[in-house]
Design a binder for this molecule. Structure first.
Ligand SMILES: CC(C)(COP(=O)(O)OP(=O)(O)OC[C@H]1O[C@@H](n2cnc3c(N)ncnc32)[C@H](O)[C@@H]1OP(=O)(O)O)[C@@H](O)C(=O)NCCC(=O)NCCS
Length: 421
């Protein structure tokens, strides 16, 4: 049986930050009812690759959900919302600041309607503080949460990371908060409001950069390959390791854009690595070379060390070099492109890139469920088409009959009046 069987979620989220959270909860077995405006989550039509089909942006974030369209700007639509609130355990949203209040549904009002319901909210900057009125997207959160100023090379501009830490990272935080609140609700009978700000989530994910920020007041950051004396803010560190061990991305054969391997020169493996490099480079003295004798020496002379490792790596592809380093217990990983990953036997074996079917687009792939529950493994199904389950939800969840549905439809509860958005 699925872990969250019996948990029903009214999911008003859109774009990425909220849907990534509700998709995870759906994969754990919750009944997620995606509550959409009549013209749908905007991502259905964004970055389309197949004409008239829901985009991959939408399908990859909304698997295993049901879709119902309700017009919240119509009085009958609001009544449907209230009825659904009474039948759900969680309601969640990531609208811009004030949207739900403008519908007339503050948290206080929602709590009054259904005291047991847990409410999840994602905002760019939360509901308090001078930034609380602002909207946010992924890269705005990365900029303001400290990720961009610490990503890139020291001499270059700040960079965003490919991992969607602002959106999907925030969604993960919300999922944890919702599950904790649900657990408390089961003990107390009372729901609560769970808020995660994207900026806060990014700061949390940049925790080690705050470690370095405070260390800077006392010492140079010896693990960084560039000098840090006199700095007052954590600098961009290129590909330097973010931890106590030295690390770097090392170029391999044949020298293409992704032909790199990340190598961590863990203290414990230095002797083995030095022996290998000495043999490969015909430098038998490397094992006892004073420049690299102790970890402090290797830190001080790391640029020279990386050059030597790169001379060895130049003879091998990233996968070949990994195969050479693994028996020496050197922590390392080839830089995997999406093409590498899509065909990777390990990825496929762990159901991390799964093929699905869709009535509008045919075969497509979703990234799988990264949280593996032994007693309730996720079974991934396709995303819903717009409003696919409107009648089904009204009948099954609210117990309506055909006549009621027709009457509400005629009253405009589920359809867009001119210029809804
Ligand atoms: C992502 C974001 C920037 C998008 O901004 P946006 O497209 O202008 O969307 P908003 O959420 O501000 O507004 C949604 C609109 O749809 C309308 N809408 C939403 N659901 C509706 C429904 N069921 N029926 C009728 N109207 C609906 C809202 O009323 C609102 O219109 P209004 O401004 O006239 O009130 C914004 O939602 C945001 O900042 N969210 C919080 C942070 C976040 O999650 N960002 C990451 C997204 S991946």
């Amino acid at each position: 049986m699925e872990a969250l069987k019996g948990v029903r979620i009214l999911d008003m989220t859109h774009v990425q930050a909220g849907p990534t959270c509700s998709q995870l909860l759906a994969w754990m077995g919750a009944d997620v009812i995606k509550f959409e405006p009549p013209n749908g989550d905007a991502t259905r039509g964004q970055l389309r690759d197949v004409p008239n089909a829901d985009s991959l942006y939408f399908t990859m974030l909304n698997s295993n959900k049901r879709s119902i369209t309700v017009n919240m700007k119509n009085p009958e639509g609001k009544k449907v919302f209230i009825e659904l609130l009474n039948k759900c355990d969680i309601v969640m949203e990531n609208f811009g600041p004030g949207v739900l209040d403008r519908f007339g549904f503050t948290w206080e009002k929602i709590h009054e309607i259904n005291p047991r319901i847990v409410m999840g909210s994602i905002k760019g900057f939360g509901s308090s503080g001078p930034y609380s009125d602002f909207k946010a997207y992924e890269n705005v959160a990365q900029a303001m949460g400290g990720a961009m100023s610490t990503t890139g090379t020291p001499e270059g501009p700040p960079f965003v990371t490919g991992a969607q830490i602002g959106d999907s990272g925030t969604g993960l935080h919300l999922a944890i908060g919702l599950l904790a609140a649900l657990h408390q609700r089961d003990r107390t009978g009372q729901g609560q409001y769970v808020e995660v700000a994207m900026m806060d989530a990014v700061m949390n994910l940049c925790r080690v950069k705050w470690r370095d920020h405070q260390r800077l007041t006392r010492q140079e950051l010896s693990e960084y390959s560039r000098p840090t004396a006199g700095l007052t803010a954590t600098p961009r560190a290129g590909n330097d390791s973010g931890g106590g061990q030295l690390g770097n991305a090392i170029k391999c054969k044949p020298g293409g854009v992704d032909d790199y391997i990340y190598v961590v020169v863990q203290e414990a493996v230095w002797d083995g690595l030095a022996k290998l490099m000495g043999a490969e480079l015909d430098m038998p003295g490397l094992v006892s070379d004073a420049r690299f004798a102790k970890i402090t020496d290797r830190r001080a002379n790391q640029s020279e060390m990386w050059v030597l490792i790169e001379r060895v790596a130049a003879k091998y592809t990233k996968r070949e070099f990994m195969a050479i380093l693994n028996p020496l217990d050197v922590p390392c990983g080839p830089i995997m492109s999406t093409a590498d990953l899509a065909d990777d036997v390990h990825v496929r074996g762990r159901d991390m890139y799964v093929e699905l079917d869709h009535p509008q687009r045919g075969k497509w792939y979703n990234v799988g469920m990264p949280i593996k529950l032994s007693a309730s493994p996720a079974k991934i199904t396709r995303s819903p088409t717009l409003g696919e389950h409107t009648d089904e939800v009204l009948k099954e969840v609210l117990g309506w009959d055909d006549a009621q549905i027709t009457a509400k439809k005629q009253a405009g509860a589920f359809s867009a009046p001119p210029k809804t958005r």
